[in-house]
Design a protein around this ligand. Structure first.
Ligand code: SF4
Ligand code: SF4
Length: 73
């Protein structure tokens, strides 16, 4: 299994407003704000729960691996 890198949320810095909602909502503290843009601080901590994608009011976060899981299912 070498997919670890692809399991991280993808955050579009051009869309992110730096509101911090995802940082607050993340249950594993995997996210942080860097220069008012959300970033994955602890990739290993992310459990791919999808909360950050749900709470982001701008739709700036996507979890691309979810699509693969759906197709596989
Ligand atoms: S998917 Fe879950 S654990 Fe991973 S960064 Fe988003 S809220 Fe945090
Ligand atoms: S919730 Fe969305 S807009 Fe707000 S900081 Fe996170 S990625 Fe950026």
């Amino acid at each position: 299994m070498t997919e670890d890198e692809t399991w991280n949320p993808q955050i579009d810095p051009d869309i992110c407003t730096g509101c911090g909602e995802c940082v607050i909502a993340c249950p594993t503290d995997a996210l942080e704000l860097v220069d008012d843009v959300a970033a994955v601080r602890e990739p290993d901590a992310c459990n791919y729960c999808g909360v950050c994608e749900e709470v982001c009011p701008e739709g700036a976060i996507s979890l691309p691996y979810q699509l693969v899981l759906v197709v596989d299912g």
